[in-house]
Design a protein around this ligand. Structure first.
Ligand SMILES: O=C/C=C/C(C(=O)O)=C(/O)C(=O)O
Ligand SMILES: [Fe+2]
Length: 294
């Protein structure tokens, strides 16, 4: 069993770094830590960065998770290889670019690139946020895959992953610590990054951010609303090159050892949002159309 310690980062390509970085700082509220060798580092908590933009074709490049130490990384390499997964060790230069001691990379069964890292650099000083969005931490990342059951089989067989809740065949929300989910998989025709989540400090922050986004003409994909699964109050919005961000507040922690994952029916109007707000989220819309036989 490979023990994930935490989420580490998302690395994304960008064809227009000035716009992508500008949005991450001026709209999302992250700190631009610096720029080196065609990579821009964005920070939101103690991690050196949780989002890196690399010059090139737009789109997610990798999602990083941290492991405890070098021994755990070597074990992970052996276990993945034994399971028939092709694993590539990062070079020292690539590790330096990720601000980690070491890492390995592999693809999940659908082609989502995953990186397992050790020694992600942490910064003691509080972030100099781009604006006061109330971000407290990088909360979770959500991948796309054509088969969420199969995705869960992969993650739960090899990793310390448990499902917290299902939304039918639409989504699988997974945890590896008490937080309701730090990894989610949504059904999508292609692999990809569904969204990147930032936790904020209060309900007021969610609502203030929503107003701010509206005033700036940012596309709101859904929200403000409340997820019945984690009970978090959320707003999803679209950044440049189709990258979806989410702010949320109040995610459930699962402390009960005997938690039984629930199954929500995605065709119910409140399966995603207990407040039944409108949605522009492509995966949710496709699901609703299917449920309605459209
Ligand atoms: O569509 C349901 C989304 C659920 C949650 C949650 O319960 O917090 C998410 O954060 C999400 O996957 O975006
Ligand atoms: Fe989310």
């Amino acid at each position: 069993m490979i023990t994930l310690h935490d989420i580490a980062y998302v690395r994304s390509g960008t064809a227009d770094a000035a716009t992508a970085v500008g949005f991450a700082v001026d709209v999302v509220g992250m700190e631009l830590l610096g720029h080196e060798d065609g990579v821009w580092y964005l920070r939101a908590d103690q991690r050196h960065h949780c989002l890196a933009f690399e010059e090139g074709e737009a789109g997610v490049l990798a999602s990083g998770f941290s492991l405890a130490d070098a021994e755990a990384l070597a074990d992970a390499e052996n276990q993945l290889t034994a399971a028939g997964v092709t694993v590539v060790r990062g070079t020292p230069k690539q590790a330096r670019s990720r601000r980690v001691e070491d890492f390995l990379a592999f693809d999940d069964p659908f082609g989502n690139r995953i990186e397992l890292v050790t020694g992600q650099v942490q910064l003691a000083r509080p972030p100099h946020f781009g604006r006061p969005a109330g971000i407290t931490e990088f909360g979770h990342l959500c991948l796309d895959a054509p088969d969420v059951r199969e995705a869960y089989r992969f993650w739960s067989t090899l990793f310390n992953i448990k499902v917290s809740d299902w939304i039918g065949e639409l989504a699988c929300l997974m945890r590896f610590d008490p937080v309701h989910h730090k990894l989610a998989v949504f059904r999508g025709s292609e692999p990809g990054l569904c969204h990147i989540n930032f936790q904020v400090d209060s309900l007021d922050d969610v609502m203030r951010n929503w107003r701010f986004l509206q005033e700036r003409g940012v596309e709101i994909e859904m929200g403000p609303g409340r997820h019945p699964q984690s009970t978090a109050i959320f707003v999803y919005f679209k950044g440049p090159e189709g990258l979806t961000y989410e702010y949320s507040y109040g995610v459930r922690r699962i402390e009960e050892p005997d938690w039984v994952p629930r199954v929500f029916d995605p065709s119910e109007p409140d399966a995603i949002d207990m407040w039944r707000g409108p949605t522009q989220r492509p995966s949710t819309q496709a699901q609703l159309h299917r449920a309605l036989g459209a």
